[in-house]
Design a protein around this ligand. Sequence first.
Ligand SMILES: C[S@@+](CC[C@H](N)C(=O)[O-])C[C@H]1O[C@@H](n2cnc3c(N)ncnc32)[C@H](O)[C@@H]1O
Length: 380
Amino acid sequence: MSNRFEIVVPTLFGLESLVSKELYRLGYDVKKTEDGKVTFDGDFDAVYRSNMWLRCGERVLIKLGEFKVQTADELYDNVYALPWEEFISKEDAFPVKGRTIRSKLNSDRNSQIMIKKAIADKLGHTYSIVRLPETGVTYQVQFTIINDIVTLMIDTTGVALHKRGYRTQANLAPLRETIAAAMVMISYWKFEEPLIDPFCGSGTIPIESAMFKRNIAPGLTRHFAFESFHQFDGKVYNDIVTEAKDSIHRDVTLDITATDIDPYAIEITKENAKRAGVSEFINAYKSDARKLVTDKTCGSIITNPPYGERLSDLEESKRLYHDIYKSFSKLPKWSYYILTSHEDFEKEFGRSADRRRKIYNGMLRCWLYQYYGNKPSKKK
Ligand SMILES: C[S@@+](CC[C@H](N)C(=O)[O-])C[C@H]1O[C@@H](n2cnc3c(N)ncnc32)[C@H](O)[C@@H]1O
């Protein structure tokens, strides 16, 4: 098997450039940044490392092939021609999933069946067996067919990267960890300044903030699909784990406050923070965001208030946005970063954002409204 391949990192729409930057910082040259995915070249070391360190990517996939097809026969032949046996041994399982968008082959199900058949025929032929037991290691095959271009990949992540492992409990409408991390990375929050999330819910933003500033690798306490692969090199991976442990900034002190009106949310936040190993940095207590006060002159509010669609009704959210502006505006030197899907947020809040950025929380289109207190310096 070749030691180098193309690696694809799917992302939520709006987070592609952040993932590119993360990969660049990890030392990889990004080949392509497209809607919802970033591609780079690497080896298994890169697969392990990017799974371990990416805060904003959703998974890490090894690309096996890409080709144009318009018929089911072409799909079969091209899939059959790929070197599946280089990854998948004769006992291994190879479930297939994927989707088709704007293509002649427009059925997800039929394409999935055809791809599965082509891989099974190829492996059966290679190993000279009729029935593949699929009782061994699982190699999840993922495909996309977009504008007639088929991409075939093997998932190395398993449970999606946004599931860091610390959030075993969540309140209603928790934010994806990847978006929370993105909000912190987009912000100009400096670790020596205070950070407040006045709608903390299950604590995702405060926890991701603490993990980011302490340089805790998001994958440090979880497992990945690649650990069961035949190709897995435990020694290389153990070195990456050790390096991640050694990279934690243990001398950093942080001033992070997490509040919510719901006492149960505070309980969950505390438990999640403990599991993430950052509870000593997060002061969590029950409070109404409309009464937010602080004696610190400057800092950042990074938050995700109720949207109106899922947690409370629209009118209530509008009133809430109006009310929080009154308390936030008493802190003129603070910056605030507010993520919501509410279309008229700026109008209800009462101030136009200095910057806004579109981020999709799954299928839900949200905006990150950015209000700067002290003008951010050019250098981050
Ligand atoms: C969209 S959820 C936040 C989710 C959170 N980012 C997470 O990842 O779990 C909004 C939160 O706002 C809280 N909330 C609603 N009204 C509030 C208020 N007036 N003051 C403080 N918290 C409030 C809710 O209890 C809920 O936990």
